[in-house]
Design a protein around this ligand. Sequence first.
Ligand SMILES: *[C@@H]1O[C@H](CO)[C@@H](O)[C@H](O)[C@H]1NC(C)=O
Length: 545
Amino acid sequence: MRNSKNNFVSAVYLSKMEKPMTFLLLISAILACTESAKILVVSPGSSKSHGILGDGYVRLLLNAGHEVTYITPFAYKKHSANLRIVDTSSNFEKSPAIVMDIKGIMDRKSDESEDTIGLSLMMLDIVKKTIIHENVQKLLNDPKEQFDVVIVEWMFGDIGAGFASVFECPLIWSATLDPHWNILKLMDEPSNPAYSVDIMSSYSAPLTFSQRVNELWNQLKVQFLRYVWLDGFEENMYTSLFTPILEKRGRKLTSFYEARYNASLLLSNAYVTTSGGASLPQSHKFVGGYHIDDTVEPLSENLKKIMDNAKDGVIYFSMGTILRSKDLPKEVKISLLKMFGSLKQTVLWKFEEVLPNLPKNVHILQWAPQQAILAHPNLAVFITHGGLLSTTESIHYGVPIIAIPVFGDQFLNVERSVNKGFALKVDLAYTMADELKKKIVEITSNKRYKEKAKELSFIYHDRPVKPGQELVHWVNHVINTRGAPHLRSPALDLPFYKRKFLDLAALLAVLLLTIYIMLKQALAYICSQVCSTKQKTGSKKKKNN
Ligand SMILES: *[C@@H]1O[C@H](CO)[C@@H](O)[C@H](O)[C@H]1NC(C)=O
């Protein structure tokens, strides 16, 4: 454990000390700050893009001199004395989660949108499998293991907070997605559905009346289902997974409620270039783009020659790592190949198998050095599924995109990219080749898409420090300030009824009711008085007559 208190003390007294003393203290403060901390990075995600994001944390934290323990189902490329891998790959040997069946998705007639609860259950299962994996159990059950901070990927469920409960240290959530209400409620309050949509939505602000109502309904529905069922389900999971571990350490498990709302920070793999400018809590930080290394691995000689010589520009087509082009239906592959062959541009197609009868301008890449390709000045357009990593990389390098969204947050990313003006959308369909060609012609002949991509790229790069530096800074900040409690939103410490002034509403309701009853009684009394005098005078009159 590092002694961070000393950092503060030395910093505070620095100004009051004499010069030589100051110098010595300054040196010791610097040494204390660069002292390595023990960090646990938990990356349960079984798809390669989750691996890329987890690897990014590890690379940056190792470079910053920290000792990193990394729970991951993937092999990490670089070895380092300061890195320990806790390998969970055996969880996923036969898992279909690593690769999605693109043909299956195309054949699914109905456009059933993925619901958040279903997704939560799927993800919770992956996190649970990670926790009960023997290698992870070994780590959790060893009372000698200690960490200064744990960084856990948030996967539509909060049981990962248990890692911080075990090691009694600050928790940082890492989010692979744009900040959305489902995760922001852990740091502050759910965001306002009038302008902040669900991550599975495909609306982008400004919303129409029915879209707004739809977003509100969706948020209320998921909140309600969580309240009546899913929260309890997760709590049971959390308790049964972590209680035995804590018992071995001779401690009682923190309640699920306390653990899940106790994260020091939320680091989002996003930036205003994708998310927009909605308000966010102080404990949320954008670090989108941190996975992109400063030094791009150079293109192979062959690929470099192809791209250098492409005088009409290059089209790069990749559906990412979860969806593989080779799983496209045969007729779609053939029609795409024919369409690409009819273009004047050079086409690079990331494709996992050998294709016969390739047109001259089409090149197949079994593996594509994506960033080096995006960085090449001859690249004209990137055809992508619109995942957040690919979208971020396109903005990083200022490349316009044509997006074919397939699942998850891709629809939302693409909707936003189209609205921002640097992207065109094509629907995934058997007949998409024609549509794709039209969009390729449009995006390569109209300069405004490229200009918009460059403009967004400027906004993206125009930050005080690079996202990787920012990430390391905030992780260090949490370690040095023992959980950064000063960033915590006060909203978390108020129950729902106080935050929404329901107590005031109740008070007003009682008051109004009281006033109403009193008025009614008063009126009745007055009325009865008036009526009885009227009656009396009436009867008197009658008598007089
Ligand atoms: C909450 O987090 C703080 C700061 O990381 C930590 O000191 C505290 O022990 C945590 N509380 C619980 C109940 O886990």
